[in-house]
Design a protein around this ligand. Structure first.
Ligand code: DQA
Length: 146
């Protein structure tokens, strides 16, 4: 049994009411519950955290080094700005998958670049909440021993 850290960045606490045409209608609680169930069905668990504060995300990544097998992260807008989150992920050396609910390539130009994509196992963008599940599935396959 392994634990996976699921991180949600700024404004993702508003899911469900925030621009549903871009982000879908599921709430963050719905997404986290779905991921916990998915992980439990294959004998693993998740620790979920949403924060609007960059340092809390950095601290959670540091703490994950002690007991997590990998990280699933939707960095929100911090993906486009945060060298600190990039450095935290590099610093702990945990494998991670980057997820975006919306298709960042179909939006403003500034969303096309993230500080995480080139060091992620992979990036899933535009598949709404399904992307989290696909990402966790892959992360488990890539990191667990069966
Ligand atoms: C997002 C895409 C980001 O560009 C945006 O700043 C978000 C959400 C997504 O899930 O599609 O907050 O990460």
């Amino acid at each position: 049994m392994a634990t996976y850290l699921v991180l949600h960045g700024p404004n993702l606490n508003l899911l469900g009411t925030r621009e549903p045409e871009l982000y879908g209608s599921q709430t963050l609680a719905d997404i986290n519950a779905g991921l916990a169930e998915f992980a439990a069905n294959v004998g693993h668990d998740v620790r979920c955290l949403q924060s609007n504060a960059e340092h809390e995300l950095v601290d959670a990544i540091h703490a994950a080094k002690a007991d997590c097998a990998g990280v699933l992260i939707n960095p929100g807008a911090f993906g486009h700005t945060s060298i600190a989150i990039r450095d935290a992920l590099l610093g702990v050396g945990l494998p991670f998958v980057e997820v975006h609910l919306s298709n960042v390539y179909a939006r403003e130009d500034f969303r096309r670049q993230t500080y995480l994509s080139d060091i992620a196992l992979g990036v899933i963008t535009g598949l709404r909440a399904n992307g989290y599940r696909y990402g966790l599935d892959y992360l488990i396959e890539a990191t667990s021993e069966g």
